[in-house]
Design a protein around this ligand. Sequence first.
Ligand SMILES: Cc1cc2nc3c(=O)[nH]c(=O)nc-3n(C[C@H](O)[C@H](O)[C@H](O)COP(=O)(O)OP(=O)(O)OC[C@H]3O[C@@H](n4cnc5c(N)ncnc54)[C@H](O)[C@@H]3O)c2cc1C
Length: 437
Amino acid sequence: MYQNRLNIPSTNQPRVVVIGGGFGGMQLIKSLYNSKVQLVLFDKHNYHTFQPLLYQVATAGLEPDAIAAPLRRILEECPDFYFRMAEVNHIHPEKNTISTTLGELDYDYLVIANGSKTNYFGNKSIQANSFPLKQIPQALDLRSHMLQNFEKAVLESDQEEQEALKNIVIVGGGPTGIEVAGALGELKKHVLPRDYPELDLKNMRIYLIEATSRLLGTMSEHASKKASQYLQHFEVQLILNKLVKHYDGKKVTLEDGTTLSSKVLIWAAGVKGNIIDGLRPEAIQNSRILVDAYNRVQGYEDIFAIGDVAAMVSEQHPKGHPMVAPVAIEQGKLLAKNLIRMVEEGKQLQPFKYIDKGSLATIGRNRAVVDFPGGIRFGGFFAWLIWMFVHLFSITGFRNKLVILANWIWNYFTYDRGTRLIIRPYIKFDHEEVERE
Ligand SMILES: Cc1cc2nc3c(=O)[nH]c(=O)nc-3n(C[C@H](O)[C@H](O)[C@H](O)COP(=O)(O)OP(=O)(O)OC[C@H]3O[C@@H](n4cnc5c(N)ncnc54)[C@H](O)[C@@H]3O)c2cc1C
């Protein structure tokens, strides 16, 4: 027997509904493979996104399909598994159901794994006019917009207008901000001069603005210093200790009144949990869902949250764990084990313990910084090799690994970026503000 438009068969097994096929949700489902539950996954996209390489799509280093994998294919070997491409917009804990854009479904266990969205800290002008980097369509918009600006710059006779078209401002000195800045610095140095010989690129400016006193605030001082040094190699201009106050699409205004002229502002300054309506307000803190050591949402027995959206507050992690992929993957793995213990074995649950394996960030070719546990810190070529190995190892699917490796080898030896294509021209629509998350 099938239930409403969603066409999910009724079952005698407990139904586990998962919201989000990101790092956490996908790992959870893979780890529940062959267990005695019915699995239903909802995602608003039909693919999984490998977000750590989004910046390479935005800067013409990779095609989007190299960092995406169809959810149905990844999970095709799971029996009693159903995927529905739909957005979940409400949770009804009182009747154990969720509402989606395709209809309502009841659950025995609900796992919220829908990640995070861009945080504009309430600044409407930035939300309306900047480019976030959280999803593949956003990376493609940014790539098209930057290339369209260069095409316009070639035709522009007004010097000020031409500079605004060439300049790029990045806000946020975390790993995403510095990786984008490094990749753009490389484009400026090696690719754009060949593509646009008519343009004077010496006066093209790439600014990286960070509100605190150093880059890579979550990594060591050593990593911060190295990252600043590497960015200078690519002529990226660092502006520290400054907040951006306003952006109208042409001019960036800092809190001290300084203005920078640029038609591209890349917003990499923060994310916040993706909160779906319906949970009790006490379960939400600082835009994340409060969970106990078993990832159970505060105040509920059968609702769990994992990954970016979940905050497991402890003495060691007073604000919850860092919003990174390994946390989501580890939580997905353990929650699957705990669900099996609950449903099949009636055993006690195991608490989550995060083992931090270290942090990495790359800044253009041959340069990266690494912080490993035990105070092992270094930067340079070897760190860059480690960065490449870790990312290649982590990306889903053999085809994607092969495509990315081939692209990297090509880009490395030719100093080229084969994907600087305006396939889907960027056009700004008025309704876009709400979607820029
Ligand atoms: C540009 C960038 C670079 C990053 N680089 C790194 C890095 O180098 N290393 C690292 O460890 N981490 C990195 N991160 C962070 C990492 O990507 C996240 O921590 C990780 O993706 C969190 O996993 P998750 O499962 O919680 O959510 P996600 O992987 O974000 O998955 C959430 C899923 O939920 C879906 N979804 C959202 N809302 C709904 C809804 N209402 N209904 C249905 N589906 C929904 C989304 O489509 C998505 O598929 C980066 C993030 C970004 C944005």
